[in-house]
Write a protein that binds this ligand. Structure first.
Ligand SMILES: *Cc1c(COP(=O)(O)O)cnc(C)c1O
Length: 364
């Protein structure tokens, strides 16, 4: 039983939930890096090892999102992202485990080897992949596909927003905050003074912030944005915090009424680089460093940028003598066996270019 539903059992009768993520995920010290960086205590939360065959942060959101789809007796879900979206892939993988179809509406993004792998695994998972050049085209596509997939009883696919960051999806990360608190109570790590996490659609960091507040933890949350402030703002974080808190209180009035912790929430934009989806020198260096010291694989688009911020702050003497937790949001299960021998020609033609064109320079 996950801590959120254990502590607030009334939620179970309202929210749809289906276990997918293999929780709790481990938390462990990064001993070598702590020593190399002359830090006090560096820890890592291994959400990369959540459910199989595709871990990472999205599995937690999907426990509630797909739980809702099942509760509402939907047959399919529709979601959105870049061509190599980790979220769209995770949705495809777990939808299939739930017996649901996944309709993935994808838009262009900078090429990378991970884009290729994700497309092949999405195909393995049986997702229906659609490519659109623009958001206008996506909107027309949504209308078309929703009607095409309407059931004879009138049910439409459940729409899951980009990144799964609706209040329902965010509930999965409220649980993650309580899960961390239980690991602190169990003595697996001290209460972190700071928590570093990459943010794209903000669901992960908002849910964690709400969960930490519900648990009474006073951890400083440092969110490193990987997308432009057009998508990703403090106001959006505050709004999602409040709407998720309202959803939980509606489902179980004993869930606390919490204020957005303005002074304990930081949002940084200076690690994005040129644009979403492009690696930076700093992110590549952070990936290399963590892999060399700890044998843990980050990537250049999200976790490398977040860890680059952590490295900079440590070098600048920030959080000296403090305990820092890095929340690892990227899948590290090896799924090469699942995609071995799969031919990209089986994908819809607009995706072939990711296999025929070169990957971005920093990924070569
Ligand atoms: C989606 C994703 C994030 C960002 O999570 P949000 O909830 O969208 O902010 C971070 N890291 C990785 C690897 C992701 O795939």
């Amino acid at each position: 039983m996950i801590p959120l539903l254990e502590q607030y059992p009334a939620l179970s009768s309202v929210l749809g939930y289906t276990p997918l993520a293999g929780l709790p995920t481990p938390v462990q010290p990064m001993a070598r890096l702590t020593q190399e960086l002359d830090a006090h205590g560096l820890y890592i939360k291994r959400d990369d090892l959540s459910g199989r065959p595709y871990g990472g942060n999205k599995a937690r959101k999907l426990e509630f999102l797909l739980g809702t789809a099942l509760q509402e007796k939907r047959k399919a879900v529709m979601t959105f992202g870049g061509a190599g979206s980790n979220h769209a892939l995770a949705t495809a993988v777990y939808a299939r485990q739930c017996g649901l179809a996944s309709i993935n509406m994808l838009t262009p993004q900078p090429n990378a080897r991970s884009v290729r792998r994700n497309l092949l695994l999405s195909d393995w998972a049986g997702a229906e992949l659609h490519h659109f050049e623009t958001w206008d085209a996506v909107c027309r596509g949504v209308k078309r596909e929703m009607f095409r997939h309407r059931e004879s009883d009138g049910r439409f696919p459940l729409v899951i927003p980009s990144g799964g960051s609706s209040p329902v999806g965010i509930v999965g990360f409220v649980n993650a905050g309580l899960e961390l608190n239980a690991q602190i109570t169990a003595g697996l790590l001290p209460e972190p003074d700071a928590l570093y996490v990459a943010t794209g659609t903000m669901g992960t960091v908002v849910g964690l912030t709400l969960g930490l507040a519900a648990a009474g933890l006073r951890t400083q949350v440092v969110a490193i944005s990987v997308t432009s402030p057009d998508f990703n703002t403090r106001d959006k974080a505050r709004n999602l915090f409040q709407s998720t808190n309202a959803l939980l209180r509606q489902a179980d009035p004993s869930f606390p009424d919490l204020d957005f912790p303005e002074e304990r929430f930081e949002l940084l934009y200076n690690y994005i680089g040129p644009m979403y989806g492009l690696y930076t020198e700093a992110s590549v260096e952070a990936v290399r460093r963590v892999n060399a010291a700890e044998g843990i694989r980050l990537e250049g688009v999200y976790t490398g940028k977040a860890f680059a911020a952590l490295l900079d702050h440590l070098r600048a003497g920030r959080f000296k003598n403090k305990n820092i937790l890095f929340w690892n949001t990227y899948n590290t299960w090896d799924f090469s066996a699942e995609i071995a021998g799969r031919d990209y020609h089986a994908l819809p033609a607009p995706f072939h270019r990711y296999f025929e064109e070169e990957v971005q320079p920093l990924d070569r």
